[in-house]
Structure formats: C-alpha cells, structure tokens
Design a binder for this molecule. Structure first.
Ligand SMILES: Nc1ncnc2c1ncn2[C@@H]1O[C@H](COP(=O)(O)OP(=O)(O)O)[C@@H](O)[C@H]1O
Ligand SMILES: [Mg+2]
Length: 285
C-alpha cells in the first residue's frame, strides 16, 4: 500500500484506528513503543479487534512494530501523525482536500491543498526525525521525536498568527493540528531565484516583518532567516515562511539579520549598517 496518497490513507483509516493513533500520541512521553498488552488494557479492546486494527494501521504505514522485552510493541510513524492531523483539519473544515507535494525538506513536507471554498492553500507537515532529534537532544532531553515534531508545528502556527495579526508579511495561518500547519498559498519564487528591481524595498519589507515579530511577539526572531525562506511575487511583495524554529534568543536574532544583510550586499550591493538595523528591528529607532 506504499503508493497510496495521504488522502487515500486517511480514507482507509477506521474510527478505532484513530483511537489507537491518538492514544499513541498521548502516551508519547511515557513510551516510544507501547506494549500491546498495555494498549489492550488501556483502550479496553478485544484482542481480535485490536489485531485487525493494528494490521490495517501497519499496512497503511501509520505505525511501526518492534519487540520490547519479547512483547510486540507499537509506535506511531510520521505517516500516522500526517493521517491524524489531516483528518482533524478536514473535520474542522480547514482543509477540504490535498494536492501534490510542493517541497520536501529535512524536517517537513509541504503539500498543496484546497479549502472548503476551493481556494488553493498549503499544508505543511512537520517531521523531526530521530537524526535531527539526536542533534537537538541537549535542549530537549525530556522530549521524544513526536513531541518535538508537535512543538514545531505549534511554534510555526503561533509565530504566523502573531506576526500576521500585527500586519507582518507572512502567509495567513488557517489552522493547525498535531504536526500540520495549514496556511495561505503565496504565489511567488524564493528570494534566491528572484531578480529584484527594487532590492531596497524588498529588504525593508523583510526587516519590517522582523521588527513586528520582535516588537509585538515578545522578542521573537525567525531562527533560520535566509534567501530560501522568503518568497517574492511579481510585484516584489514578500512573505517570510518557515517559522518552526522561531525563538527569543538575541544571538539568533543577530545571525538572522547578518545573514539576510549579507545576501543583499553580495547579490545587490545594498549596504546597511548592522548596528542600525539591529536597533530598528528591536524597535529602538
Ligand atoms: N505559504 C506558502 N506558499 C507557497 N509556497 C510555500 C508556502 N510555504 C512553503 N512553500 C513552499 O514549500 C517550500 C518549503 O517550505 P518551508 O516552510 O521553507 O519548509 P522547509 O524549508 O522546512 O522544507 C518553500 O521553499 C516553498 O517553495
Ligand atoms: Mg525552508
């Protein structure tokens, strides 16, 4: 069943399957793999019905199994998270249907979608794998990869919401659930591929958005600001995308500003004073 689309996987997922997936998510900080006997007991299920459901979930790629101390034990997968979030966004009438993949990065997969008025939207599915989890383990030692993935989706959604509410240039957030964030689709190209006529104007739009994030969202900075995370359209309007690593660290703020200034200086010979820009973004000038 590996060639199924996400929408098809959602369609073949049963009510009991959801119950199990949600249970696995709820228990994430207690066990990575939950013993089958614990599932049976906590969910009060018959052995046969659990077996059928687990088979269907495994075929659908939603769970993985392993033996822990000799007992069959179950964990949710990224696909399992995608199924739960898609179902919830659909039943809350945020996402009507899904389209093709726009991009697949290290920590996310971005799909086209449609809302219930048939507008094109974007759904971003976060997935922090075990590899990046290990790298970040120092900061999150009591969190597993499911929790980190869910935190990323929430952080991205909350950053978009605050910045949009304060008139910054980001895609309007439409909703979030589990590991997915639904947002407005912005038709444009990444900044590194654009040929700008008004680079100063575009840079001001980016810095203005950073200032809004800092001033009105409690000192927030993007955390991965670069020419890859800004989209530009034909009128040279922009949105800053990709906010899951947004944080309130001053060192990160300085790195974010330096990286974007460096790009404009190299590419368009736009010269700005770092100290002045820093003061502007912080709202001191
Ligand atoms: N709101 C959006 N509108 C249009 N395209 C988007 C939108 N959000 C993301 N994309 C596309 O998906 C790609 C990846 O998105 P991004 O949020 O940067 O995730 P990541 O870098 O983690 O893969 C972007 O480079 C862009 O092409
Ligand atoms: Mg990106």
């Amino acid at each position: 069943m590996n060639s199924l689309t996400l929408a098809e996987r959602v369609a073949v997922t049963d009510k009991l399957d959801y119950l199990i997936l949600k249970y696995l998510i709820d228990k994430r900080d207690k066990f990575e793999y939950i013993p089958k006997s614990t599932l049976l007991r906590d969910l009060n299920l018959g052995e046969k019905e659990l077996q059928i459901s687990l088979l269907r979930l495994a075929k659908n790629g939603a769970i993985s199994k392993t033996k822990v101390r000799g007992e069959d034990s179950i964990s949710i997968t990224f696909t399992g998270l995608d199924i739960v979030s898609t179902k919830s966004l659909h039943s809350r009438k945020i996402v009507k249907s899904l389209g093709i993949t726009i991009g697949e990065g290290k920590e996310s997969r971005v799909l086209f979608g449609y809302d219930f008025n048939d507008n094109t939207i974007v759904v971003k599915y976060h997935r922090i794998g075990r590899r990046s989890y290990r790298k970040k383990i120092d900061n999150f030692h009591d969190r597993n990869w499911v929790s980190m993935t869910l935190e990323n989706a929430r952080r991205e959604y909350e950053a978009l919401q605050c910045i949009k509410n304060n008139m910054g240039y980001v895609p309007s957030p439409l909703g979030f659930s589990t590991n997915a964030v639904a947002m407005e689709y912005f038709e444009g190209v990444p900044l590194y591929r654009a040929e700008l006529q008004r680079p100063d104007y575009v840079l001001d739009s980016i810095l203005g958005t950073m200032r809004i994030a800092y001033k009105y969202c409690g000192g927030l900075t993007h955390g991965d600001m670069s020419q890859y995370n800004v989209l530009v359209n034909e009128n040279e309007e922009i949105v800053v995308i990709d906010w899951p690593q947004a944080n309130r660290n001053e060192v990160t703020l300085l790195k974010d500003i330096s990286r974007i200034l460096e790009f404009f200086e190299k590419q368009y010979s736009v010269e700005r004073d770092l100290e002045e820009v820093l003061n502007y973004v912080k709202g001191y000038s």
